[in-house]
Design a protein around this ligand. Structure first.
Ligand SMILES: [Zn+2]
Length: 256
């Protein structure tokens, strides 16, 4: 990971918390703050002190830990410009095209709206890692809560441009349920079949299925594959544009 230490841990019922650490400068950031106690436990376990919270979007299960953690550690809160008014105790806001220097590591910010209007992705290009919040999940994607399916599709298109090896940390462990749905779209996708085997094994051992990679999602996730001929054909929309195919798949998942 070229020096960036990353720890992922479960929070709430199905969220993940993530800490990233720069040992040279003794900096630690929490990606979102789903649950104060779980973040604190992870900090203690690693002997780290919280200096930053990097927020992806305003939903309570990503931000509710902020006030308590900030009171305790005096950490700096950096979040999405588009919804800065909804993120508690925010100190600095960032958006598309910005870079943010976390110690010796540089993050690039992408606006990735659709799930919420101001949702951002934190991408560390030199470390090949992206923190995507609730935009992309393993074999799934976020629900369209505030934005439009077009917006969410364009957000996924942006992530699809990242190098295949990019590690993707997501906000939730939804993979097993997503896999069941993905099978209804592409039952013959060999990559998907292989993934399902791995998922069953990992969950059977109580292990997380995340992080995933951009490459693994491009091979098996029907949502980010909405521009592929196989997926168009599978949903009976051979001539439709990808955003329409994506909207159809998102609609089917909502009713699944
Ligand atoms: Zn959310």
């Amino acid at each position: 990971m070229l020096g960036l230490e990353i720890r992922q841990f479960p929070c709430l019922s199905d969220n993940y918390g993530v800490l990233i650490h720069d040992s040279d400068n003794n900096l630690t950031a929490s990606i979102d703050a789903p649950e104060e106690q779980a973040v604190e436990d992870a900090l203690k376990e690693n002997g780290w002190t919280l200096t930053h919270i990097l927020v992806t979007h305003h939903h309570w299960d990503h931000t509710q830990g902020i006030p308590g953690l900030k009171a305790k550690y005096g950490c700096k809160v950096i979040g999405p410009r588009g919804e800065a008014d909804k993120v508690p105790e925010i100190d600095e806001s960032v958006g598309e095209g910005d870079t943010y220097q976390f110690g010796r590591f540089k993050a690039k910010i992408f606006d990735t709206p659709g799930h919420t209007l101001g949702h951002i992705t934190w991408y560390f290009p030199d470390q090949h890692v992206a923190f995507v919040g609730d935009v992309l999940f393993a074999l799934g994607c976020g629900r369209v809560i505030e934005g439009t399916t077009d917006q969410l599709w364009h957000s996924l298109e942006k992530l699809a441009q990242l190098p295949r090896e990019t590690l993707v940390y997501c906000g939730h462990e939804y993979t097993a349920a997503n896999a069941k749905f993905a099978e209804t779209i592409e039952p013959d996708n060999i990559h998907l079949k292989a993934r399902i085997g791995e998922i069953v094994e990992k969950r059977g051992r109580g292990e997380p299925t995340l992080p995933t990679t951009i490459g693994a999602e491009l091979d098996a996730n029907p949502f980010i594959r909405a521009d592929r001929d196989e997926v168009r054909m599978a949903v009976g929309m051979p001539n439709a544009d990808p955003a329409a195919v994506f909207a159809e798949i998102r609609g089917r998942k909502d009713r699944f």
